[in-house]
Design a protein around this ligand. Structure first.
Ligand SMILES: [Cu+2]
Length: 420
């Protein structure tokens, strides 16, 4: 995992040594001294160094007080974007052996809690653990994810309107950072964040009443909020309406998220968080369920009615959620549900805001592969896609090929596997 980091450091080290050796040789060389060690040249160089210094000083920007509310940011006063202080880098490497290694960071699309059948309110309790782990964004591209329960997104939670919900949040002893939880389904300061700030090894609890149905995002809201969310700390909680949701055959849990890493997309080895890209809103990777898909995680039988709970952990992009090869017959726009809440019918693409969610439903009429995307399609190149397989017999009434006797060879350009 660190091969590439070692090569990187070595190349700087070897390069630096050779430059020093060259400088040493030149300074000792008589001709060099004769040419360059003259007052005019020395003064020019000093003036240049002075100009660089004052130029850099005059470029001081980003007053922290308008960057965000002062109580919500952790960067040093007057500092730039929240870069890692050098001390944190050494702290990271000292703690690194303790971080759990996770084979597959992606939450299981099928891990949706079963529908609630009871008709009375109860007190429901959830235990979540904030854990900082190491896992892969794609094969051989490693990242220090911050998680709830060692997965991205965190576990999907399900309660019923009227329930009292107890959240116990533990911060794993191996963590380097404070974490908390803000549930958008909570009415109260910080959505619970103010009551759940936990340092490594600590547990805090709070309770709240689920008064409004909907599908809600939860996330870590520790300063810097956007840094925690863009390390993977988000998930969904469904507050079912009292009467429940209509029965479907299959339910899936999907969340779009963003990862900001230094260097170009595809850089191998351990990749480091890039705060500048975060502030600029230019993620290196856009993912469904935490990482680039390894294998199809959703299976549907032809004719089944499917419901997907789709969230957007953000923190910068609005998702234009679409499934290539399907039409949503029903959408709960922005996750709105319950009495007097209107459903959308027959939708091709639905908007899911950063920190928002939607529910989409469809019947899989035709067998084959479905592709979930953010239809801002350049994001597919950054990983924003996932596949679902529909199994079963062909359905020629809905979809079939028309065999033709004429050949199109030589007329249509042949597409290669990249689709160019
Ligand atoms: Cu956090």
């Amino acid at each position: 995992m660190y091969d590439y980091t070692i090569y990187y450091v070595l190349s700087w080290f070897v390069g630096g040594i050779s430059l020093l050796a060259l400088a040493f040789f030149l300074v000792r060389n008589v001709t060099f001294k004769e040419i360059f060690l003259r007052p005019a040249i020395i003064i020019s160089v000093l003036v240049l160094i002075g100009a660089i210094f004052f130029g850099t000083y005059s470029y001081k920007t980003y007053a922290p007080d308008f960057a965000m509310p002062p109580f919500m940011h952790t960067m040093a006063p007057g500092g730039l974007a929240p870069y890692l202080p050098l001390a944190n880098i050494s702290k990271f490497f000292a703690s690194e052996p303790n971080f759990p290694r996770i084979e597959d960071i992606g939450a299981d699309y099928n891990a949706v809690p079963p529908p609630i059948t009871r008709t009375t309110s109860e007190t429901v309790e959830f235990n979540l653990t904030a854990t900082e782990v190491i896992s892969e964004i794609a094969p051989n591209i490693y990242f220090n994810f911050w998680t709830y329960n060692k997965q991205v997104p965190g576990p999907m939670l399900r309660v019923r309107t009227g329930d009292t919900v107890v959240i116990n949040l533990t911060n794993d002893i191996t963590s380097l950072h404070t974490h908390n939880i803000d549930l958008h389904s909570v009415n109260g300061p910080g959505g619970g964040a103010t009551l759940t700030n936990v340092v490594p090894g600590e547990t805090k609890s709070f309770k709240w009443k689920a008064v409004q149905p909907g599908i809600y995002v939860y996330h870590c809201a520790t300063a810097n909020v956007s840094t925690h969310s863009s390390h993977g700390q988000y998930g969904l909680i469904l507050v079912e309406p009292e009467e429940g949701l209509p029965k479907v055959d299959k339910e899936f849990y999907v969340m779009q998220g963003e990862l900001y890493t230094q260097g170009d997309i595809g850089r191998q080895g351990m990749t480091v968080f890039d705060a500048k890209k975060l502030i600029d809103g230019n993620p290196t990777y856009v993912t469904f369920n935490g990482r680039i898909e390894k294998e199809t995680g959703m299976e549907i039988n032809r004719g089944e009615r499917v419901r997907m709970y789709v969230g957007n952990g953000g923190v910068n992009l609005v998702s234009s959620f679409h499934i290539i090869g399907e039409i949503f017959d029903t959408v709960y726009p922005e996750g709105a549900m319950g009495k007097n809440s209107a459903l959308f019918k027959n939708v091709q693409t639905t908007i899911i805001p950063a920190g928002g969610a939607a529910v989409v439903e469809f019947v899989a009429e035709v067998p084959g592969k479905l592709v979930l995307v953010d239809h801002a399609l350049a994001r597919m190149n950054k990983g924003a896609w996932a596949t679902a397989i529909v199994k079963g017999d062909e359905n020629p009434e809905i979809f079939s090929e028309i065999k033709s006797n004429t050949t199109t060879a030589g007329i249509m350009p042949t597409m290669n596997h990249h689709g160019y």
